[in-house]
Design a protein around this ligand. Structure first.
Ligand code: BGC
Length: 631
């Protein structure tokens, strides 16, 4: 590979013909940029993303159907988001960067920082949170980690891509204040702090204009206001009017259009509809991306799959949220009296479907991991739809259920439940928030006979818990834990590690309580964000709605005392820079229990005397602290 240097870009630009410049504005195939052999400009590869590398070796598609090279499958963003831990995200990012580089890929297509406006969005598992501050800080750390390895990231999907229903054309209508307070800040933080090499536009329209041709978003906000100096690429197939896109600031169309749109760009420049300077700007951004990534791609290096698996396990243990733990049901003090129920213990649900689907280097399951400590009996309890060889919900199988109930009688039952793969995917939304009936029936039946019931959940977005949780003593939400999620679950159940995750999304009692549902997913090609900034906990708080578990919640095997809160503030004047720290808040956190655990202090701010409508409280800061007993 011939490496391009940033200093040579102006020179190269001057040598390129108009045709060559137009050709650089789109990919050469599914995953590569266009080469210009005459001038020694090589192509680079970009590929998904976000929680592992999906580099397709043979036939290409963008929905994950075709097999890709083995790569470490880390927890999906839903799990990484629940860690609230920027240093962990940075380490995961570094590992992703190493794998990206070692596969000679220039850009990992992620992370996604869209807000979880509704729990039903089919792609929530790929997003971090319903809160922009949390999503932004975590994603910035991940991007810094990946890019520390010399390869790029693609921050996506810019912007307001909060549903999959009609995603290719729906018009998301949002007022500017809500955009600035809720839907843009995570992008802004990542762009300013971590400087991602690329940004990927969204499929949808934003206030009437497609994300792929939105001058206000792609140029005024992204470049002029936030100082972005990288490349903007399209989501796969998001381009409607390529000429308008170039003018708006969309540098690269992916995948290629097999010359069709290049010709349109060429014609538009020739007949004066598109200024050549706009085309040149796109070409410079493309050449800059090549210059920034080629040195790493030219020296790919290697990675240790075993080390990355260990990191994936650490991340999965950190991601799990202990929602409920009555009678100190967890951790399990011994496995003598324990039975394991639920097919997901043996056949884990560990990632979501669509373009993010990774081919893992190995796959742990909780049953084997528990059995490596002590023999435990197992009953599948329900039939996974995938195992039954038919699409749809997991089916209740009377015989499997009664075998499970007999096994659980008088025992401590650890019941593995969750959402079937078919329910959570890119491309469509969920229709309801419930666990499959077969799982709920199983929990109730086991709950009636077992001495203690521990339910673990594997799912990529909030599910209704209130309707069955009285049958359970403990509920451990594992999310989609990646390839080491099974062994991580065993460590948590056995108390080798204390759960430390906190909810990055509210768990409402019912889907009807969620403010955005009044306008989700819209109709006739339009979705109005009528709830304004009141998404997630902001709206639930404002309406004083009772929830199953609130944003920020998470138990552990110890207790923490919070004290000595101190606030120091400096006055804000006309000269105070926008991102300045004007208020510092400290407090002392003490581990008052007898297990090591991680506290996650969270700072929320409200403006009770505001003269405009404001949400009651908003997250403004957080950190994590692992503390020994008494520390
Ligand atoms: C997804 C993107 C993804 C791209 C390439 C699209 O369908 O929305 O997130 O990066 O495909 O696979």
């Amino acid at each position: 590979m011939k490496i391009i240097h940033e200093a040579d870009i102006e020179d190269l630009l001057a040598q390129l013909t108009l045709e060559e410049k137009a050709s650089l504005c789109s990919g050469s195939d599914f995953w590569h940029t266009q080469p210009v052999e005459r001038l020694g400009i090589d192509a680079v590869m970009v590929t998904d993303g976000p929680h592992g590398l999906r580099k397709q070796a043979g036939h290409s598609d963008h929905l994950g159907a075709s097999e890709s090279v083995p790569a470490t499958c880390f927890p999906s963003a839903v799990g990484l988001g629940s860690t609230w831990d920027t240093s962990l995200l940075r380490r995961v990012g570094e590992a992703l960067g190493v794998e990206t580089r070692s596969n000679e890929v220039a850009v990992l297509l992620g992370p996604g920082v869209n807000m979880k406006r509704s729990p039903l969005c089919g792609r929530n598992f790929e997003y971090f949170s319903e809160d922009p501050r949390l999503a932004g800080e975590l994603a910035a750390a991940l991007v810094e980690g990946v890019q520390s390895q010399g390869v790029g990231t693609s921050l996506k999907h810019f912007a307001v891509n909060n549903q999959e229903t009609d995603r290719m054309r729906v018009d998301a209508q949002v007022d500017e204040r809500t955009l600035r307070e809720i839907y843009l800040p995570a992008f802004e933080r990542v762009v300013k702090q971590a400087r991602p090499l690329t940004v990927m536009c969204a499929y949808n329209k934003i206030n009437g204009t497609f994300g792929s041709e939105h001058p206000w978003l792609l140029t005024r906000v992204l470049r002029d206001e936030w100082g972005f100096d990288g490349l903007v690429m399209s989501d796969w197939g998001a381009v409607e009017d390529r000429v308008a896109g170039v003018a708006a600031g969309l540098d690269l169309e992916m995948p290629g259009s097999w010359g069709v749109n290049d010709q349109r760009v060429l014609d538009a420049v020739r007949d004066g509809r598109l200024p050549e300077a706009d085309l040149d700007a796109a070409v410079v951004n493309l050449l800059t991306l090549l210059a920034r990534t080629m040195p790493a791609v030219a020296e790919p290096g290697d990675f240790s799959a075993a080390d990355h698996h260990t990191l994936a396990r650490e991340a999965a243990t950190r991601a799990a949220v202990l929602l409920k733990n009555a009678n100190a049901a967890l951790p399990l003090t011994s496995l003598n009296d324990v039975v394991v129920i639920g097919e997901m213990a043996r056949t884990p649900r560990y990632q979501g479907a669509g373009s993010s689907q990774v081919n893992p280097t190995q796959l742990d399951n909780a049953l084997d991991a528990l059995r490596s400590h002590h023999e435990v009996e197992f009953a599948p309890g329900y039939l996974l739809a995938e195992a039954a060889g038919e699409p749809g919900q997991d089916r209740t199988d009377e015989q499997l259920r009664s075998e499970a109930v007999e096994l659980a009688r008088g025992k401590t039952a650890v019941v593995f439940c969750g959402l079937p793969a078919i329910e959570e995917s890119e491309g469509y939304d969920r229709e309801h928030m419930s666990l499959p009936q077969s799982h709920r029936d199983l929990i109730a039946a086991v709950g009636a006979v077992a001495s203690s019931v521990i339910v673990t959940l594997s799912n990529g977005a909030a599910t209704t818990i209130a309707d069955w949780q009285d049958s359970a003593d403990a509920v451990l939400e594992l999310w989609l834990g990646g390839q080491a999620g099974g062994s991580a679950a065993a460590e948590l159940l056995l108390g080798q590690v204390s759960p430390s995750g906190r909810l990055a999304e509210s768990i409402a009692l019912n889907i009807q309580d969620v403010p955005a549902q009044l306008n989700f997913p819209g109709e006739r090609g339009v979705v109005r964000y009528g709830e304004g900034p009141h998404i997630g906990y902001r709206g639930l708080d404002a309406m004083d709605v009772e929830v199953a578990y609130p944003f920020g919640h998470g138990l552990t095997y110890t207790t923490f005392d919070y004290g000595s809160l101190e606030v120091s503030a400096t006055a804000i004047t006309a000269d105070t820079p926008q991102d300045d720290t004007v208020c510092t808040i400290t407090c002392t956190v003490t581990n008052s229990g007898d297990a090591t655990g991680t506290a996650v202090p969270q700072l929320y701010i409200g403006f009770p005397n505001a003269t405009v409508s404001r949400v009651p409280r908003e997250l403004r800061g957080f950190t994590t602290a692992e503390l020994q007993p008494g520390e």
